[in-house]
Design a protein around this ligand. Structure first.
Ligand SMILES: Nc1ncnc2c1ncn2[C@@H]1O[C@H](COP(=O)(O)OP(=O)(O)OP(=O)(O)O)[C@@H](O)[C@H]1O
Ligand SMILES: [Mg+2]
Length: 334
């Protein structure tokens, strides 16, 4: 594996079995939550994963973080295939990989004080440290997420903090072991708009200071464009387009990416003359597409889209798209 790459995901799949029960019979339906996903993240880079609800973003992150077993595929981290590790070996790697979740209310134990919450990972992974040394690290972590002085916050319970402060504590817990990789799953979507920018800036600052590599999941393209070096666009369990942020925003090539870009007001303020494109319907992960997964909603579909799954094609400079019609669409818009 290329030494500049920290995380590489190959052909990752997760199929859930959904059990439903009607009056007369039980039925099992496959849910193709993640369906052959491939990407890599270089050291120090932030890769954004965007896509609408149910497209498989969280499932991908949970498999990468080893919080969920894959149906098939590989997750290479720092030259090691995590899917082949035993539980005890995975625990050692966990120290280097941390996750920040969407809901800080859910992730912090309401019965523990901030100091105890932050002490937990140190007690698990840094057993040799003296108590005073751990307290020092706790204070440093709290101050690095801009809650100063740390003593004012460390003896509080989560309910004595605001939503934004709680998410900062969740970030402090994620960085206290000095990981090299962070997966942030919609870390600001539950927060008030006024504190979102602060949290994003703290993450960007930590990335710079600690040389962090990040996988940043969001629904919101303008947040992704602010945070990410590259963006992967997911649709129904697959990556349909991936590339440098500027390419995704200024030259979106998949009809789904075009639709996403066209409805973001903040982006279109800068990108003039772009037609708004509203999609009907929603992601249906129980349908394994024979052809292109987007065909039921695509305004540009042709007959081949119904019968053949599109291959991933390179557009140069790390920009890739999986769409039968992307070349025609490019001609039409140029
Ligand atoms: N444990 C589970 N059992 C069955 N189906 C699941 C399970 N977890 C997720 N799914 C299904 O897998 C698909 C992908 O879910 P996932 O949570 O990864 O989507 P997401 O992109 O993170 O969505 P959101 O933006 O709403 O968080 C959905 O159809 C979801 O219903
Ligand atoms: Mg999710």
């Amino acid at each position: 594996m290329d030494k500049s790459v920290l995380l590489k995901v190959n052909h990752l799949k997760k199929t859930f079995v959904k059990k439903t029960r009607t009056l007369l019979k039980r039925k099992k339906t496959d849910v193709f939550a993640v369906n052959n996903v491939n990407f890599e993240i270089r050291k120090g880079e932030i890769l954004g994963i965007i896509g609408e609800s149910g497209c498989g973003k969280t499932t991908t992150a949970r498999m990468v973080m080893r919080l969920m077993k894959e149906t098939s595929g590989e997750v290479w981290f720092d030259g090691v295939d995590l899917c082949k590790l035993k539980e005890s070996e995975t625990n050692k790697i966990r120290k280097k990989m941390q996750m920040i979740f969407q809901d800080p209310y859910d992730t912090l134990n309401p019965g523990m004080r901030v100091v105890d919450i932050l002490m937990e990972p140190l007690n698990a992974h840094e057993k040799k440290l003296e108590y005073e040394e751990k307290v020092k690290l706790v204070k440093e972590a709290i101050e690095s997420i801009k809650l100063k002085p740390a003593e004012d916050y460390m003896y509080r319970y989560p309910h004595q903090l605001s939503g934004g402060q709680r998410q900062r504590i969740a970030i402090a817990r994620a960085i206290i072991l000095k990981p090299s990789f962070i997966a942030a799953d919609e870390p600001t979507s539950m927060l008030d708009v006024s504190v979102r920018a602060e949290i994003l800036n703290i993450l960007l600052e930590l990335r710079k200071k600690m040389g962090l590599t990040m996988m940043f999941i969001t629904h919101d393209l303008s947040t992704a464009s602010y945070m990410c070096d590259r963006i992967a666009v997911m649709y129904q369990g697959r990556i349909v387009e991936i590339g440098p942020t500027q390419k995704i925003i200024h030259v979106p090539s998949h009809p789904y990416t075009k639709a996403l870009v066209s409805v973001v007001k903040d982006l279109n303020y800068f990108i003039k003359n772009r037609e708004r494109l509203i999609l009907d319907g929603e992601v249906d992960a129980t349908r394994e597409a024979v052809g292109c997964s987007f065909v039921t909603r695509c305004p540009h579909q042709v007959s081949v889209c119904h019968s053949k799954s599109p291959k991933v094609e390179s557009l140069g400079n790390g920009h890739e798209v999986a769409c039968h019609c992307h070349a025609d669409l490019l001609e039409r818009t140029s």
